[in-house]
Every structure is written in structure tokens, then in C-alpha cells.
Design a protein around this ligand. Structure first.
Ligand code: GDP
Ligand code: CO
Length: 396
């Protein structure tokens, strides 16, 4: 593929935030020659490079009762060399939707001879393994893993670790376009191939997010993402004393990380998860607060924001959903020890004017599932390993 080279980079302590890089062309051919770096500000990322990163990557698909056709399309879009890990919290009683997802995945894996895992979020064995490893904050009062996408992401992360992958990427199951999924994963690979640090994150910025209202309108910025980014940038500007609008993917649901970085971050429940990852990176490695990770400070953390070619077409879930997303995202910024008073005031005024909070209310503190590095990951792996076949989609 051809992608814009990172032309502008902002620093926040040891975090390097690259400005948005657009995908120039989805394919760069086998033969075309381009000087390796710098030609017209465009980088060629060869097919070989992309494949070598896909091979080291697990793709986690969190799924809760999404339409089976959408789920199937999403799986079909994930490049073959990636390990697919489905973490489902779909219903099992009455109509067993999880069973249907499992059958669909099994069939696809048999046809295309690929490996995949599928795990139910309420699986008792996985819950026991978490408890054994010291991850009781992930469990509810019945000893099962709590509901939520973030909690599903943690399961996916640990399974990626078990499979000895180096990178983990996330794609939602409610996407209408398999071709977009293919592109997201290739963009993840492209980002990692440009990274100079083993601690790297790639966040996707959608080219357009079409809206259907009579006709089709290719909307670029939603109100939620615009507001979230504005508050993020206010926090960064205040801390660095230079006004900036570098953050353009505060809410990015589609993102990927090196496992080395993923292990160090907490996972906030609800819609706070992706913004919290960013805030935690700033807290831990931004240089303002003390860091306990000397190795990370030495290498630095690299953030890439990559703008896709494909539009983002997913299930629209209504206004309540948008307000929850706004509240979830901004609560992570508000409650960060890095957040200054001006940014706090901006957050409160945005939340009240957009009716996500009543006046004088404060945003609730996000619930943080602790970073995987704080538990004994090897204990989890050892506990699950003998049973791993139960979760494998490619069963003989
Ligand atoms: P949005 O796209 O960020 O607005 O949020 P969605 O509601 O579409 O959720 C994102 C993804 O997470 C979708 O694929 C959902 O099916 C999935 N999801 C939502 N809740 C849960 C959950 O409790 N567990 C798991 N494993 N996945 C979930
Ligand atoms: Co969605």
C-alpha cells in the first residue's frame, strides 16, 4: 500500500503522537519502485511487510448479539495469516446465538483452513483461570466475568498472549463492510512496520462515516468524536504549553497495539475503554507523573493515527448510545490526574450542553480493570492451555 509518511510528530514526554497519515492507495503492486523513504512524502509498504506483521497479529472480535451476517462478513475480511479470536457475550438461552456464531466460525475455518478461537464471556473455565491468575477485579459477584466490551477485550488479549502473538488488533462485529475490515488490519500492519519502538499503538480514523437520511451523506466528523478530541487536545495543550489539535482518534474503536504495550494499560468498562487507553499512556509515559516502566521510557511509546480509504458502515444504535459514548470518553479525561481545571470546565460544559449530564452533575469515575501486567499471565496460560481445544474453531 502507499501511505503518507509521518510528516508531523508531537511529543508528550516519551510518547510520540504522529499526526494523521492518509492511505494514499490500497495497493502498491509488486514491481513499482519508489525510493524507500521520503519520495513525495509517501511510503510504500510492501505486501511482504504487511504479511509478516499479520502473521504476528491476533485480531480480537468482541461480539454481543450482532447480526450473524455481519459477524460472518467481519470474519471473512480478516487477513488469513492473523489469528482470529472471537469473544462473544451473546445470548445462549432460548435461541442460542453463541452456538450459531460458533457454527458459522467453524464452517469458515474449515473451508479456508485457518485457525481461530471462540470464547463465551461467561465461560466458567475462563473465569476460573482469571481468578487463579489474580484477576478478580474482572469478575462479578457470581464469579463470572462481568459484561462489557472492555472485559471481552481483556479475555482476547490474554488469549493472544497464550497464542504467543506480538500484536493484537480489535475490530467490531457490527461492521457492514468486509473490505473495510481487511483495510483496518492492513493499516494496523502498516503502522507497526513504521514503528521504531516495541511499544506501539495504531488508531484508525475513518475516511467517512455515511449517514442515511433520505439520501446518503458522507459525514466526516461526528459530534461525539469532535468533542472528545477537543477535550483530549485541551489536556495535551495545557500540559505541553503549546496549543495543539494532534489527537484525532480519541474514540477510535478500531485500534491495535503491540502486546508489550497492551499489557501495561488498564481497560475501562463501558465506552471509556479506548479513550482511557490513550489517557493511561499519557499518565504513565507522558513524563508529568512518575513512571515505573524504565524500559518504556527509554524506547518511548509511538502512536499512529491512520486514515482509511474505506468508509465506516456499522450498526447505528441511537442517541442514547451516542450520549453514553460521549460521557464514557470524557469521564476518562475528567478524572485523570493530568486534567487541568480549564479542561475540566470544558468537559462539564460540553456534557451538559449535549445533555449527557444534568447541570451540577459530575461525570462518574470510570471502572478500571487493572493492566494485565499486574496479574500472573503465565498462571492464566497454564490453566487454559490443556483446554485450548475447546475454544478452537478448527476442530477435527
Ligand atoms: P460502538 O460501535 O463503539 O458504538 O459500540 P457497539 O455497541 O457497536 O460495540 C462495539 C462492539 O463490542 C460490537 O461488536 C459489540 O457487539 C461488542 N460488544 C458490546 N458489548 C459487549 C460485551 O459485553 N461483550 C463482548 N464480548 N462484546 C461486546
Ligand atoms: Co458499533
Amino acid at each position: 500500500m502507499y501511505i503518507e509518511s509521518p510528516r508531523y510528530t508531537e511529543r508528550f514526554g516519551s510518547v510520540r503522537i504522529n499526526d494523521v497519515q492518509k492511505v494514499v492507495a490500497l495497493d502498491s503492486g509488486l514491481k513499482s519502485e519508489i525510493p524507500p523513504y521520503g519520495a513525495m512524502g509517501v511510503i510504500k509498504i510492501s505486501e511482504e511487510t504487511i504479511k509478516s506483521f499479520e502473521d504476528k497479529m491476533a485480531i480480537v472480535i468482541p461480539n454481543k448479539n450482532e447480526k450473524l451476517k455481519l459477524f460472518e462478513g467481519v470474519v471473512s475480511g480478516v487477513p488469513h495469516d492473523c489469528l482470529v479470536i472471537v469473544v462473544s457475550n451473546s445470548q445462549r438461552e432460548d435461541i442460542d446465538r453463541f452456538r450459531m456464531e460458533k457454527d458459522t466460525l467453524n464452517q469458515m475455518c474449515r473451508y479456508t483452513y485457518r485457525q481461530a478461537f471462540i470464547i463465551h464471556q461467561k465461560d466458567t473455565l475462563v473465569a476460573e483461570a482469571m481468578k487463579h491468575a489474580g484477576y478478580s477485579k474482572l469478575l462479578d459477584e457470581n464469579g463470572l466475568i462481568r459484561d462489557g466490551k472492555a472485559e471481552g477485550m481483556v479475555i482476547g488479549l490474554l488469549m493472544a498472549k497464550l497464542a504467543e502473538k506480538e500484536y493484537v488488533g480489535f475490530v467490531d462485529a457490527d461492521n457492514y463492510s468486509p473490505g473495510a475490515i481487511l483495510e483496518y488490519v492492513r493499516n494496523y500492519a502498516a503502522g507497526f512496520s513504521m514503528a521504531n519502538s516495541p511499544y506501539a499503538m495504531v488508531r484508525i480514523l475513518w475516511h467517512y462515516k455515511p449517514k442515511f437520511s433520505g439520501g446518503l451523506y458522507f459525514k466526516k466528523w461526528g459530534r461525539v468524536s469532535e468533542t472528545t478530541n477537543r477535550c483530549f487536545n485541551s489536556l495535551v495543550s495545557f500540559r505541553t504549553s503549546f496549543e495543539t489539535n494532534i489527537i484525532k482518534t480519541g474514540n477510535a474503536g478500531e485500534h491495535a497495539m503491540s502486546l508489550k504495550l497492551a499489557e501495561l494499560l488498564p481497560y475501562a468498562s463501558g465506552y471509556a475503554v479506548e479513550p482511557q487507553e490513550l489517557i493511561s499512556i499519557f499518565e504513565q509515559f507522558g513524563g508529568t507523573l512518575p513512571s515505573s516502566h524504565i524500559d518504556v521510557m527509554k524506547h518511548g511509546v509511538e502512536l499512529f493515527q491512520i486514515e482509511t480509504r474505506n468508509p465506516h458502515l456499522h450498526e447505528e444504535k441511537g442517541l442514547d448510545h451516542l450520549q453514553e459514548m460521549l460521557l464514557g470518553g470524557l469521564s476518562t479525561v475528567y478524572h485523570s490526574p493530568l486534567c487541568d481545571n480549564e479542561t475540566k470546565q470544558l468537559i462539564l460544559s460540553q456534557l451538559t450542553s449535549q445533555k449527557a449530564l444534568k447541570s451540577k452533575q459530575k461525570p462518574p469515575k470510570p471502572y478500571l480493570n487493572p493492566p494485565p501486567c499486574e496479574i500472573d499471565i503465565q498462571k492464566f496460560v497454564k490453566f487454559i492451555e490443556p483446554h485450548v481445544k475447546n475454544y478452537s474453531a478448527l476442530q477435527e
